[in-house]
Design a protein around this ligand. Structure first.
Ligand SMILES: Nc1ncnc2c1ncn2[C@@H]1O[C@H](COP(=O)(O)OP(=O)(O)OP(=O)(O)O)[C@@H](O)[C@H]1O
Ligand SMILES: [Mg+2]
Length: 207
């Protein structure tokens, strides 16, 4: 069964080795020349396999990988039977939004403390199972201990939240920042604000 046809990948509900699995296959993009297309699909598949595995090893909740089929740009994952964080936020009251965003902040703080920058932290790349947050979609992730990279990761998240969850964005950001600060280096949230204001400043100057 097809779960999702995204910008980059087709995600299907399948079986692997007799077990239910989620197959994520990066499909060909005809607008890219073949050589570059295969290089990107292969790179992102390898990155996703490597960093998802590392995230799991350092105790971050994510989908376990059953098998990586590099030749077909495909990964077979354990199915996480949760709701998208995006939908969970839309369907929750203030108290639950506060709780879920706090947990999301904790999860991202743990990622950053392990030296993992996600690269695409959106509410479509996280699932809620019970009271826990699972982080998915590590195709654009990389390893870094630089606070600047952590701050950028967080600013992307903030912009994504503002774009998708307009009226709840403030509450989500508040909970996220609290959960993050309690579990990571204290300077990163401040640095994120600094980087964001610099961005706005330079944009204003260009106009
Ligand atoms: N292991 C999993 N268990 C349950 N659902 C999953 C799992 N992996 C992916 N999904 C679902 O499929 C959707 C798309 O997956 P994912 O975000 O990894 O791909 P994508 O956004 O198309 O990839 P990319 O951003 O690399 O193009 C997720 O939002 C989620 O709903
Ligand atoms: Mg995604």
């Amino acid at each position: 069964m097809l779960l999702k046809k995204g910008a980059e990948a087709v995600v299907k509900s399948v079986y692997f080795d007799g077990r239910p699995a989620v197959l994520k296959e990066r499909t060909r993009k005809n607008y890219r020349i073949t050589e570059l297309d295969e290089k990107l699909r292969s790179q992102r598949t390898r990155t996703e396999a490597k960093i998802t595995g590392e995230a799991g090893r350092v105790g971050i909740r994510t989908a376990q990988i059953y098998f990586t089929d590099e030749n077909n740009f495909s990964i077979y994952f354990q199915p996480v039977e949760g709701a998208l964080l995006k939908d969970a936020f839309v369907n929750s009251d203030t108290g639950r939004i506060a709780k879920l965003s706090l947990k999301w902040g904790e999860a991202v703080a743990k990622l950053h403390s392990a030296g993992i920058i996600h690269g695409d932290l959106t509410t479509s790349n996280a699932l809620v199972l019970g009271e826990e947050i699972y982080v998915l979609d590590f195709g654009l992730a990389f390893f870094s201990k630089r606070e600047e990279d952590m701050a950028e990761d967080i600013n992307l998240l903030r912009r994504a939240v503002e774009a998708v969850h307009n009226e709840d964005a403030k509450a989500i950001w508040g909970g996220f920042a609290k959960g993050y600060t309690e579990n990571a280096k204290s300077g990163v949230i401040a640095k994120a604000a600094e980087v964001a204001s610099r961005g706005r400043y330079s944009k204003r100057n260009k106009a």
